[in-house]
Write a new protein. Structure first.
Length: 526
């Protein structure tokens, strides 16, 4: 089993820290900032009443502080002189829309690619990823995460690159790299720190850097901004600004998409927040919520998933209690759900790179501040132990049915972290498998969506064909991929050594209990 929860994800290759480079000297610091705008007076001259064209231009050049600049560098020069231009960013939304300025997305995974595709319908987009393989496959027109169809990818005009120097052409740089945890369940900041070094080294003066990665409150300004300053030699707030806009997409969900989910935006100053509201507003149809600060936006994202994690933990604890009481959890939830304010959560394995990971970002920060969060960590403990619990329930079932546990063959349906996606990041099915192996049970794992090579590379787990699930003692449905909906009670029995002793562990409550029990299958669900 791999140690790290998720450091590479969709694009496969682990992050490699780049060699530290010399502080960058921009060759074309003006390149990203197109044209001179009428309202861009040089504040140091206190012009205000005069057009900059009249005040400073001669033979296509602009004069400030007794120095001559090309006209289009005037905006740059305002920052060069160290003057903070209040109420205005140096990035122009109209210039982005007119494709005179460019927006870059750093990290083209589940989050970054759909973002780049959506923006490319409205502006020039540069898509950067450190994984050359990922860039290559996108250039060839296929997204193996299935978040973007081949048709949508073909229609998108994105300039893909793995050359970080290209970021020097971007006026807005959006960072969407993974934020996993390490084997000690502490935030692994390697990708977000690495991406900040890369961006800092190449970003042009005047740009806006926006983080979309899920982080703890404060991380953007405490960790990323100093790296951007150090690498670029630029001054935060004067030469560049920062924003944070958390991603809320749900992989595999074609209803709740980037366009249809309200987007939170925040900026290091009002002008940046305004700009980002316009930029994201051009693609998000559901509307924009402006958070009052970057920290508020960071906290909002991390608690969305923490709340969900805790609600599922409660359902899991209830499932353990009801198992002992001999009552069916889903029947209880169905009955309780008839009350108007009962929330519709269900028990289950909590995997993936978000719900089972993000709460640790919050608890890490809380502990850094001297507070030990009891409730959040209790929920995490409950959810992290569910794989072991499911395996133990299966072993008890085998014993009860007279099957020999040691050497028992168990067919496991599903290995991804959720249904109908190929995403294997932080799948908790591995906990079930690990525990079964402790009992010398032989798990045979099939997945209708996952890439077998990735399962082997990331987890050392062989995925077998469905045909190989034969001579079984039990079937365990771990992930409710729609491909498994066609399995009938007869199919399940036919896959077992002895149809009369067939055990079906339905972790997702996917099958019809009555039909399975009527066929003589020992049916169990969480
Ligand atoms: N996937 C989701 O559904 C989802 C939803 C909400 C929030 N998020 C958050 O969004 C962030 C990104 O998640 P994701 O699912 O898109 O990850 P991902 O693993 O699918 O993709 C990340 C991409 O970033 C690239 N990358 C890594 N380090 C890089 C670097 N230093 N420079 C450039 N590229 C780099 C990787 O090669 C990969 O292609 C995470 O913080 C995650 O928690 C994800």
């Amino acid at each position: 089993m791999r140690k790290k929860v998720s450091s590479s994800g969709a694009a496969g290759q682990p992050y490699k820290k780049e060699a530290q480079s010399q502080r960058r000297q921009p060759e074309d610091p003006y390149g990203a900032f197109g044209h001179l705008r009428d309202e861009d007076h040089c504040p140091s001259h206190g012009v205000g009443s005069q057009s900059p064209d009249q005040a400073f231009q001669k033979d296509g050049q602009t004069q400030c502080h007794k120095k001559w600049f090309p006209v289009k560098s005037h905006v740059f020069h305002m920052a060069e002189t160290g003057i903070f231009v209040k109420d205005k960013t140096m990035v122009d939304f109209a210039a982005l829309q007119n494709r005179e300025q460019t927006l870059a997305v750093v990290g083209l995974g589940y989050v970054g690619l759909p973002l780049a595709v959506a923006f490319s319908r409205h502006m020039n987009v540069l898509g950067f990823d450190i994984n050359a393989g990922r860039i290559e496959e996108l250039r060839k027109g296929h997204d193996r995460t299935n978040e973007v169809t081949d048709e949508a990818l073909a229609a998108a005009t994105i300039e893909y690159t793995c050359d970080p120097a290209d970021l020097a052409r971007a006026a807005v740089i959006i960072v969407a790299v993974p934020t996993p945890i390490d084997e000690h369940r502490s935030p692994d900041l390697t990708p977000v720190v690495g991406a900040s070094h890369t961006v800092g080294r190449h970003m042009p003066k005047g740009c806006v850097v926006v983080y979309e990665s899920t982080v703890y409150p404060g991380l953007t300004e405490e960790i990323c901004v100093p790296i951007l300053e150090q690498e670029s030699g630029l001054t935060y707030g004067t030469d560049f600004t920062v924003g944070y806009s958390p991603e809320r997409i749900n992989p595999g969900d074609k209803v709740h998409t980037l366009e249809t989910i309200k987007k939170i935006v925040s900026g290091s100053d009002q002008a940046t927040a305004d700009l980002l509201a316009q930029v994201y507003g051009s693609v998000v149809k559901a509307g924009i919520h402006r958070a009052s600060s970057i920290k508020v936006a960071e906290a909002a994202k991390v608690i969305e998933n923490t709340q969900r994690d805790l609600n599922i933990a409660l359902m899991n604890e209830l499932a353990i209690i009801f198992e002992r009481l001999g009552i069916d959890t889903l029947e209880v939830l169905e009955a309780a759900g008839t009350k108007w304010n009962f929330l519709p959560f269900r028990p289950g394995l909590v995997g993936g790179h978000c719900i089972g990971v993000d709460p640790y970002y919050l608890t890490f920060k809380a502990e850094e501040m001297g507070f030990h969060p009891e409730v959040i960590l209790a929920g995490r403990r409950t959810n992290d132990n569910m794989g072991k619990y499911v395996a133990e329930c299966l072993v008890k079932r085998l014993i009860k049915n007279g099957n020999v546990v040691s050497g028992a063959r168990v067919g496991i349906l599903g290995f991804t972290f959720k249904e109908n996606v190929p995403d294997l990041r932080n799948t908790r099915v591995v906990d079930v498998i690990r525990e079964l192996k402790e009992y010398n049970v032989v798990p045979l794992v099939h997945d209708a969506e996952a890439d077998p090579a990735e399962a082997m590379r990331e987890y050392g787990q062989e995925l077998v064909d469905l045909d190989q699930l034969r001579d079984l003692d039990a079937v365990l449905l771990a992930v409710s991929h729609k491909a498994y909906a066609a399995l009938t009670p007869e199919d399940i029995k036919a896959r077992c050594k002895d149809g009369n002793k067939a055990v079906l562990m339905d972790v997702k409550g996917f099958f019809d209990p009555q039909a399975m029990r009527a066929a003589g299958i020992d049916y169990w669900r969480l």
